[in-house]
Design a protein around this ligand. Structure first.
Ligand code: B12
Ligand code: SF4
Ligand code: SF4
Length: 242
């Protein structure tokens, strides 16, 4: 069994009681691929490179925990996030930390070096030095939509995690499928219409405007969430075709 399959099995097992999470996706990004080498230029000057996290890095394992439609339904009404959406955010954060630890342990048991990049973000710049979405994009998990979310083949509503490894397995290539209906030339602008702060426009994403509502939610609900652009929109949940 490849480690990609093993990782999917570990994540599946660890999320089996989390009824808001669907079948996980796992992708591998080659540390020498263009999207990874360009991170400082395309995302942020101080973005970390994989070798800053693990000197012998070869592959970044990126995974996506897609949420169920029902999980999104709890947050579709009104202009302020629901308590359940905030609770799911916190519960998913805890799961991501546990999954990362389990993946690192499994790799180290097999004699393969692995490390988890530091989490968190600068609350002034509102940026992290490790952009999970860009790593996931490089690992072939999806493409960016107008809602600024990375849209995977199973949808955009969900959360990402990643582990830097010294694995010697084939990597994935970035996807080219355009899943955002607007970017594909259609009329959909549902995410923009649903955004209560005006943070999302045709011209891009204003993270400071978005943070106003997320900060309020942190004070009132215990998590810096909103997510109106990510739930009950056409790209939130995409059923996989078999
Ligand atoms: C800081 C942060 C925030 C801040 C600041 C917003 C921001 N910068 O994204 C606040 C608190 C406001 C926030 C809000 C939200 N966040 Co947040 N956040 C992060 C965090 C910690 C870092 C993001 C970061 O610094 N990225 C680097 C910057 C430069 O990238 P960027 O702002 O996304 O801008 C780039 C893209 O726009 C990109 N891009 C490239 N091509 C294209 C094409 C198009 C058309 C567009 C629009 C963009 C685009 O280029 C830009 C510049 O490089 C990440 C976790 C992580 N470590 O990655 C989670 C993360 C991005 N957040 C996430 C989520 C879910 C949310 C919320 C929905 C909140 C919620 N849970 O209810 C909202 C969504 C806001 C939005 N529409 O993007 C998820 C996204 C999952 C997904 N499916 O994409 C992440 C990845 C967390 C995770 N572990 O999964 N977040
Ligand atoms: S809601 Fe529509 S316009 Fe917005 S990202 Fe999804 S598909 Fe694109
Ligand atoms: S999280 Fe809320 S405020 Fe931020 S872009 Fe999405 S809908 Fe707008």
């Amino acid at each position: 069994m490849s480690f990609k399959e093993a990782a999917a099995e570990i994540i599946r097992e660890m999320t089996k009681d989390a009824d808001w999470i669907r079948e996980p996706l796992v992708g591998f990004a080659d540390v020498s691929s263009p999207k990874i080498r360009e991170l400082k230029a395309s995302v942020a000057k101080d973005h970390l490179l994989p070798e800053d996290v693990l000197p012998e890095a070869t592959i970044i394992l990126s995974y996506f925990l897609p949420f169920t439609r029902e999980a999104g339904d709890c947050n579709k009404e009104g202009d302020f996030p629901s308590q359940r959406w905030a609770d799911l955010y916190n519960a998913t954060n805890a799961l991501i930390a546990e999954i990362n630890d389990a993946l690192v342990s499994r790799l180290q048991e097999a004699g393969i070096a692995a490390a988890v990049p530091a989490g968190g973000f600068d609350t002034e710049l509102l940026m992290s030095r490790w952009s999970q979405r860009h790593i996931a994009e490089a690992a072939g998990l999806g493409t960016f939509g107008l809602n600024n979310m990375l849209i995977t083949r199973v949808g955009s509503m969900g959360r990402y995690g990643s582990v830097v490894t010294a694995l010697k397995e084939p990597a994935d290539l970035p996807e080219t499928t355009e899943r955002c209906l607007a970017k594909a030339g259609g009329k959909c602008r549902v995410c923009i219409e649903r955004c209560p702060t005006g943070a999302l426009t045709e011209d891009g994403f204003n993270r400071k405007a978005c943070y106003v509502i997320c900060k309020k939610a942190e004070e009132e609900l215990g998590a810096d969430v909103c997510g109106k652009c990510a739930v009950a929109v056409p790209c939130a949940v995409i059923a996989e075709k078999h």
